[in-house]
Design a protein around this ligand. Structure first.
Ligand code: SAH
Length: 353
């Protein structure tokens, strides 16, 4: 793995090497690592000597994301942030409060290359990967703004995390460090649309995170239509990888299923989905999260009513597949990934679409 160029991407031991080469005492490494985990940029670490600060600011980019906009849900307190990156791009992150703690949803890329037909994040394609330090900066910026300890992370914002594998893995290890945010792997979920070879790689990392698979259809023709990634790795390959992930890690697999009216929300679809999961993952603990589509006007897809979602869940449960309809946190603040970024881009004329 190439050494990243921004300081917040570095582990304490890498910072230690760096400070040693600059003739600085060892304690600087922990001091700086902990400051990045609190959302400070080098210029704000006033406990560092001024000359050292100036040298670091000259030699390394400042990648700490800045809060460009914030919307707080009147319904449930969910806070959605638009963050601007040092190169002028922007991403979104969300702070969600659950009974068991505060969770941050982070973006892993600027835009997305995966092309899911119902998703706002992919409309302008992928611009670039985020560095591990930028993702750490997302979590730290929200923690700092909210003045709260962060208990969990979900990588379910803009981007496909397994299409930015090395940086995302580094990010997971950074936030886990006790000298920094100290977030337990069991409180971290990574969601993927199904980049199959990377699911096998992830299984070999031996990290007890939760893997979440965005399924959204139960047959290849339909899935390929709404999720182009399925043309590369089909349901058979994806679910075989899931079974292998489970066998290797013993972790429960969770499936995301976005319900789209008239597209994938019928009773027939629910029955086929139950059959499929039981065929590939017999007797494995799994859970299906049903999410009613957050409508993105560019796509034309519509959200089903609550009754349709409830009936879909009931059918799965009756057939022995645990399913719940997820509460739509922050539905009044456009909390679906990519919508805030697109609105801001449209306003500033950054994109022509
Ligand atoms: N690229 C990853 C993670 C980001 S999206 C993945 O595909 O899993 C997080 C989840 O939100 C995915 O399940 C995605 O399919 C879903 N999603 C995207 N747009 C949505 C929308 N408009 N309404 C509801 N869910 C959406």
């Amino acid at each position: 793995m190439d050494r990243p160029l921004d300081l917040p991407s570095l582990f304490p031991e890498e910072l230690l090497d760096l400070f040693a080469s600059l003739g600085q005492p060892a304690y600087r490494a922990k001091q700086v690592f902990s400051a990045f985990s609190r959302g400070l940029s080098v210029g704000e670490i006033t406990t560092l000597p001024k000359k050292l600060r100036e040298q670091l600011m000259r030699d390394y980019p400042d990648v700490q994301p800045r809060i460009a906009a914030k919307r707080v849900s009147a319904l449930d307190g969910t806070a959605k942030y638009l963050l601007s990156l040092s190169d002028g791009n922007s991403v979104e992150a969300v702070l969600m409060r659950y009974e068991h703690g505060t969770t941050v949803c982070v973006s892993s890329q600027v835009g997305c290359a995966m092309g899911c037909a119902f998703c706002a994040s992919t409309i302008g394609g992928k611009v670039r990967n985020l560095t591990a330090g930028e993702m750490l900066g997302e979590v730290a910026a929200l923690a700092r703004d909210a003045g709260e300890r962060i208990d969990g992370i979900v990588i379910m914002g803009i981007g496909e995390p397994l299409d930015n594998y090395d940086n995302v893995l580094r990010f997971l290890r950074l936030v886990n460090r006790p000298e920094g945010l100290g977030i337990g792997y069991r409180h971290i979920s990574l969601s993927t649309c199904g980049v199959v070879p990377k699911i096998y790689d992830l299984a070999n990392e031996d990290l007890p995170i939760t893997l979440s698979i965005s399924l959204h259809a139960s047959d290849d023709a339909r899935r390929s239509r709404i999720m182009p990634v399925n043309r590369k790795w089909n349901l058979d390959q994806l679910l075989t990888a899931c079974a292998s992930y489970f066998d290797k890690t013993g972790r429960r697999i969770s499936f995301e299923y976005t319900l789209i009216a008239g597209e994938n929300d019928t009773q027939e679809e629910a029955k086929r989905l139950a059959g499929l999961l039981k065929l590939y993952l017999p007797d494995r603990p799994l859970h299906v999260n049903l999410i009613r589509l957050n409508e993105v006007k560019e796509t034309g897809y519509k959200t089903p009513d609550e009754g349709a979602a409830r009936r879909f869940a009931e059918t799965l449960n009756r057939l022995g597949v645990t399913a719940t309809v997820r509460r739509r946190l922050g539905s009044d603040v456009n909390a679906a990934c990519g919508q805030l970024r697109r609105q801001s881009a449209a306003k500033s004329g950054e994109e022509s679409k």
